[in-house]
Design a protein around this ligand. Sequence first.
Ligand SMILES: [Zn+2]
Length: 239
Amino acid sequence: MEELMQATPAPPPTPGTHAIAVPVSSRPVRGSQRHTTLSSRISGGPLENHYRLKQFHFHWGAVNEWGSEHTVDDHVYPAELHLVHWNAVKYQNYTEAVMGEDGLAVVGVFLKLGAHHEALQKLVAVLPDIKHKDARAALGPFQPSCLLPACRDYWTYPGSLTTPPLSESVTWIIHKKPTEVAQDQLAAFRSLTFSALGEEEKTMVNNYRPLQPLMKREVRSSFQPLKMTATPWQHRDWD
Ligand SMILES: [Zn+2]
């Protein structure tokens, strides 16, 4: 995990615009004696192939009452983490996978107001450095799996990206249990802006896509008491 990046929002501030993203390199940093980047991948569960982590990012609201892109029984969380993986068995690269069948697998994790999250703090600590548009900051080694809840129960359904090109290439894997984060950690995300340095500041909040109709998509769960139709999936980080 090399750096935390504030992506260029175009056009700002469209709901659903990815606000900040942490790109992941699968190769070691040149000149480095050791792997300072990580190649994480997932397999199992609803996935027929191994999927490689490309990046992860967050969506959040202006207040704690909203922010997540998924809801559970009408409950909305203040934020949602997306870990975007691509099918490295079926496709040559991420760009091909985005447009292709079974190309992407996005792991979603709800963030809930609660205890301070120590591992997330490493990321939160550099947010002031990327307050403005196009800013980048070094993050150093980071284990994305530390952001997952201990409980691995999930829902899964075939769907689309929530940002353009909105392609229907995504297997969504949504964790049932949220990850707890502190109020001041959420506040750090809300202190980011859509604006470039020197421009009038436009706070970066509500960067989620509104709920979409389920259409005829089947949502399956890995756990009881709902029908058990999915098998456990695995996540592991590579060093
Ligand atoms: Zn997202």
